[in-house]
Ligand binder design. Structure first.
Ligand SMILES: NC(=O)c1ccc[n+]([C@@H]2O[C@H](COP(=O)([O-])OP(=O)(O)OC[C@H]3O[C@@H](n4cnc5c(N)ncnc54)[C@H](O)[C@@H]3O)[C@@H](O)[C@H]2O)c1
Length: 262
């Protein structure tokens, strides 16, 4: 198991399926965790579960809000904690849009505004967090950034698996996730002489109460023959956030049950 003692991990979108798993697992591995998310039920759940833990703090943060992102590390540091690991995990996901009762129009009916809204959170938000990291963290001490992409970052989705499902794969999702890895490789060389490493994790399809039919369709595309459990993604995220990954930078790590290897 990864040892994260000495790591202070700042996580965006911490209240979601994977973010909340990272919070729980990183606390258990000895890290101090600075969780952040939009206000609401997910944030409240996190605070209820971990609020009593002296190694846990929570900050409301909308990563698409430039003014809020600008101040975030100064606020955290002003409160006495200095993050040396940052996870760009927040994203507008299919699950999130389904939960909000949003429709998934086909491409012909997708507005530029909706496309740009997703890009703003998933890619511009990650850029703005990284820029703050550059200003306040990188160069002061060894630091690590993990950008979260997806199995759909560098490969197209099989659109057919969404037929008849309440959610679909939308263009801005994959486009933003491809961009995330572009950000990783750009930053990896930019920060190399300041002792900061940057990697991308690309999770596969994680089970979150999906129907049997959807699980069957996905499983046929995955060598492992099943969807992932959140802890299986967290196992790799913990490694990337730990000192053990110190000689890795600019890499994209697929944790997708073999989806990308066929
Ligand atoms: N679950 C999967 O199958 C899967 C697969 C591949 C990649 N991913 C990626 O992993 C990450 C986490 O996914 P998840 O499954 O936990 O998704 P999720 O929808 O459960 O959680 C996403 C979180 O991001 C937050 N968020 C959305 N917009 C935000 C904003 N503007 N500012 C701050 N926070 C915001 C949400 O509040 C939510 O807590 C995402 O980047 C997602 O794209 C997930």
């Amino acid at each position: 198991m990864a040892d994260l003692s000495g790591r202070t991990v700042f996580i965006t979108g911490s209240g979601g399926l994977l973010g909340s798993t990272y919070v729980r697992r990183m606390l258990a591995a000895g890290a101090r965790v600075v969780a952040s998310d939009l206000p609401g039920k997910r944030a409240d759940g996190l605070k209820e579960r971990h609020g009593e833990d002296g190694r846990f703090r929570f900050y409301e943060l909308d990563v698409s809000d430039e003014a809020a992102v600008e101040g975030i590390f100064l606020r955290v540091m002003g409160d006495g904690w200095e993050p040396n690991v940052v996870l760009n995990n927040a994203a507008v996901t299919g699950e999130l849009l389904t939960g909000r009762g949003q429709k998934f129009p086909d491409l012909a009916n997708t507005s530029t505004e909706d496309f740009e809204k997703v890009m703003r959170t998933n890619l511009t938000g990650a850029f703005m967090v990284a820029r703050q990291m550059d200003r306040h963290i990188v160069g002061r001490y060894p630091a690590t950034l993990v950008n979260v992409a997806s199995m759909y970052a560098l490969r197209g989705p099989h659109h057919g698996i969404y037929d008849g499902m309440p959610f679909r794969n939308f263009a801005a999702y994959g486009v933003s996730k491809a961009g995330i890895h572009g950000l990783t490789v750009w930053l990896a060389s930019y920060w190399a002489d300041r002792h900061a490493t940057v990697n991308t994790i690309a999770p596969g399809a994680v089970f979150n109460g999906h129907s049997e039919e959807f699980q069957r369709r996905v499983s046929e595309l995955v060598m492992a023959g099943r969807m992932a459990q959140p802890d299986e993604i967290a196992d790799v995220m913990l490694f990337l956030a730990s000192e053990a990954a110190g000689y890795m930078t600019g890499q994209l790590v697929n944790v997708d049950g073999g989806y990308s290897a066929w």
